[in-house]
Design a protein around this ligand. Structure first.
Ligand SMILES: [Zn+2]
Length: 295
């Protein structure tokens, strides 16, 4: 059962005194508890080791920690804790949001909160289906319709990284950068021209600004299509990180062709170590091969 390894997916880690209602933004003390659990039962490794070095028979299951989106709190809050626990990590950045005050979903949530509302999952899904130029306009229109302030003061804990901060993150030992598209477009909704555009633009920015050329990609929301795999391969990607929950089995690791498709288990605020252990075990017992169909 434990011949499999594990890839976990985080989004953000926030100070304990930050009043946020977001499962994806884990308070720092809970994050510490989770890392204490992981380092006890797993061997945390960096992404290169995860893919290039076979696991020794006597080793504990290996763990690869990933973060999606590119929140500044990955550097300011999560990174020092990761370093304290000696846990390497891979950060998937949506390059178009760097240097901006908000990801659109956080702006929507914060604005609607000013009029006592929350965005419904249906509304979020509707916006995600739009082409990138229409997303901000749609969000602004919804907020005006509902009488919410379309430009509330940003929440510092949820701002995206600046490029300078991304450089700092990329330069820390054991930390690596991956591609999460440019405008966080949902790949499943893109034609080949639009997909190629977002991937080449984000790769170019990551190369020019950070000096890296990621071979790892996490399609935003985990939504992509099997017919897009040739394009990923052509652009040099070797591994696709999905949001399909599961452990990484030996068979998946050895599967061909490249790029290989890997499951990830999302971790959030409610994951106390005991509940987390139960969830991981349950996932392993129900394991299926990922098909590749979150944020
Ligand atoms: Zn995302």
């Amino acid at each position: 059962m434990f011949t499999a390894d594990l890839i976990v997916m985080y989004h953000g880690v926030v100070p304990d005194d930050e009043p946020l209602d977001d499962w994806l933004q884990v308070p720092a003390s809970r994050f510490r508890d989770q890392l204490a659990f992981f380092t006890r039962w797993f061997t945390p490794v960096c992404v290169e080791t995860f893919f290039t070095t076979p696991r020794k028979a006597w080793q504990k299951p290996r763990l690869l920690v990933t973060f999606d989106d590119g929140y500044a709190n990955n550097l300011t809050v999560a990174a020092p804790i990761l370093q304290e626990y000696r846990v390497p990590a891979l950060f998937f950045l949506a390059t178009g949001y760097l240097e901006t005050p908000w990801f659109w979903w956080d702006r929507l949530q914060a604005s609607l909160a000013t009029v006592g509302q929350k965005p419904s999952p249906a509304l979020i899904a509707e916006i995600k289906a739009l082409a990138p130029p229409d997303v901000e306009a749609k969000v602004t229109a919804i907020l005006r319709d509902r009488g919410a302030n379309p430009f509330p003061p940003p929440t510092p804990a949820l701002r995206p990284l600046t490029w300078r901060e991304a450089q700092q993150l990329a330069s820390l030992p054991g930390f690596a950068i991956g591609n999460h598209g440019h405008c966080h477009e949902i790949f499943a909704h893109l034609d080949d021209t639009a997909l190629t555009h977002t991937l080449t633009l984000s790769q170019r920015l990551l190369t020019e600004r950070l000096g890296v050329q990621p071979t790892w990609i996490a399609p935003p929301n985990g939504d992509w299509r099997r017919d897009q795999i040739d394009r990923f391969a052509q652009l040099g990607f070797q591994a696709i990180f999905t949001t399909q929950p599961g452990w990484v089995t030996r068979r998946q690791r050895a599967s061909s062709p490249v790029p290989r498709v890997f499951p990830r288990i999302g971790i959030g605020t409610t994951d106390r170590p005991f509940d987390l252990a139960k969830r991981l075990l349950k996932t392993r017992l129900r394991q299926t091969v990922p098909t590749g169909e979150g944020r």
